[in-house]
Design a protein around this ligand. Structure first.
Ligand SMILES: Nc1ncnc2c1ncn2[C@@H]1O[C@H](COP(=O)(O)OP(=O)(O)O)[C@@H](O)[C@H]1O
Ligand SMILES: [Mg+2]
Length: 355
């Protein structure tokens, strides 16, 4: 019996195109002798459109984009309830809000379908930089100093928020919307003027923002894979040619260099592995995360963030880290599907009655 895999990709998000590229690559990597693959495309309007079962890998991203037949068929639930297919597992290839933040995961929980990657809690906590940092602090993980603000409070008294930031954090600092990714709405500030502009911009993207102390550091990333006994990949280094790793550097120019494995000492590597696992467990992660670190000039390891659905094209950091750790792209995908099914089985053991 073949495993029925539903690929969920696209999304009403800045990362729509990246997600399509990822989906195409995943169809190429999946062994069609072992898997029946059903595509579900979420278009830029947020409509969910189920395509026919794939007979062969997608040759282009156009093969994976479908037009809605009628309005009813574009409801998120229709993809799972109509047509009689029961998927063995769903593979969400979505990044950012409405995909990586626990919303889609919540729907799949209610439908009781196994799905790849993190659950509701880890996805939601990992999407919110403030909550994530609170949890890391509680777990005793070293990180940059930060403060955070709600838009409504800032609107009432902007001066107070700037003064507090200058007192607690100082310059340079990074201002970020709490709930985004891909560096959208993030600015580095060196003075009050830039700070005011950065607050304004960040508050356009979220009702909550975080301001962090800016550090001069190397950026090292590590893949984590597993459920209750997660394992780490080799470390990799991101070398942005720019001031920092911004949206353009991530998606639009090829200026950023990835160095795998990163040249760091065994001691630093061991420390990062320990922190990556602690972060994974503190957030109650499952399946995968990419843990991102700052390695400061004086040798301190700070956790920057974890990404619960890291970039996943074959040339993205996470798959490359695993390739260098002995797991190629098709093997990585099969491992993730396997982990999804195992976690679901584990959950079925939970008793819902009191005796
Ligand atoms: N506190 C900081 N100090 C120095 N550089 C930072 C800091 N925060 C972010 N950056 C730079 O900005 C980039 C994007 O920030 P990050 O918090 O990772 O946001 P995203 O979730 O969008 O990836 C980082 O990869 C790094 O280059
Ligand atoms: Mg990042």
């Amino acid at each position: 019996m073949k495993t029925k895999v539903c690929l969920l990709y696209g999304g009403k998000s800045a990362e729509h195109e990246v997600s399509l590229q990822t989906a195409k690559a995943v169809t190429e990597a999946l062994d069609l002798e072992k898997f029946d693959v059903y595509p579900v495309h979420i278009n830029k309007e947020g409509q969910w459109i189920k395509g026919p079962k794939l007979e062969r890998p997608a040759e282009s991203v156009e093969d994976l984009q479908f037009s809605p037949q009628n309005q009813e068929s574009t409801h998120p639930l229709a993809a799972f309830l109509e047509g009689g297919e029961e998927f063995d597992v769903v593979f969400p290839l979505l990044h950012g809000p409405n995909g990586e933040d626990g919303t889609v995961q919540g729907m799949l929980e209610l439908l009781n379908i196994p799905y790849v990657g993190n659950g509701v809690l880890a996805s939601a906590a990992g999407m919110d930089k403030v909550i994530m940092k609170h949890i890391f602090a509680e777990a005793g993980l070293a990180q940059v100093d930060y403060v955070w603000f709600m838009r409504s409070h800032w609107e009432k008294n902007q001066e107070v928020t700037y003064e507090l930031t200058e007192k607690e954090i100082g310059y340079p600092c990074f201002v970020k919307p709490a709930n985004l990714g891909s560096s959208v709405g993030i600015n580095k500030c060196s003075n009050r003027d830039e700070l005011e502009k950065a607050f304004k911009e960040a508050f356009q993207y979220d009702r909550k923002i975080i301001v962090e102390q800016g550090v001069k550091a190397r950026e090292i990333e590590m893949g984590v894979l597993g459920n209750d006994d997660p394992k780490c990949s080799v470390p990799g280094e991101i070398v942005p040619k720019k001031e920092f790793y911004d949206y353009k550097a991530k998606y639009q120019d090829n200026s950023t260099q990835l160095i795998i494995p990163a040249e760091i000492s065994e001691k630093v590597k061991a420390e990062m592995e320990q922190i990556a696992i602690k972060a994974f467990q503190a957030l109650d992660c499952s399946g995968l995360v990419r843990a991102d670190f700052f390695l400061t000039e004086d040798g301190r390891v700070l956790i920057n963030e974890v990404n619960t659905m890291p970039g996943f094209t074959p040339v993205s950091m996470f798959p490359l880290l695993w390739k260098h750790s002995g797991l190629d792209y098709p093997q990585l995908i099969e491992t993730l599907i396997d982990l999804a099914i195992k976690r679901h089985e584990e959950k079925q053991k939970i008793k819902y009655t009191v005796s």
